[in-house]
Design a protein around this ligand. Structure first.
Ligand SMILES: [Zn+2]
Length: 80
């Protein structure tokens, strides 16, 4: 079977599709910023989020819908 991998949208780490998670960051009333995250980046974002809703059915088994306190999506860490 073909192994599918994704690159984490934040740290760039390549992880197996089943270990990645689609995170939807709520950036406005009907606006979302989608990112594929590896488990550790997802954990960081979940901790920072103001609210989290797990929504089922989007690409992966479940996507996390996150709203950050300032209504922004995380920016990719450069040069870390
Ligand atoms: Zn990552």
């Amino acid at each position: 079977m073909r192994k599918i991998t994704i690159d984490c949208g934040m740290c760039g780490e390549r992880v197996a599709l089943e270990h990645g998670k689609e995170a939807m960051f709520e950036t406005g009333p009907n606006a979302y910023h989608l990112m594929d995250l590896c488990p550790s980046c997802l954990d960081d974002q979940l901790r920072a989020a103001e609210s989290v809703n797990d929504t089922s059915g989007y690409r992966q088994k479940a996507a996390a819908l996150l709203r950050m306190p300032d209504g922004s999506a995380p920016s990719v860490a450069a040069g870390e």
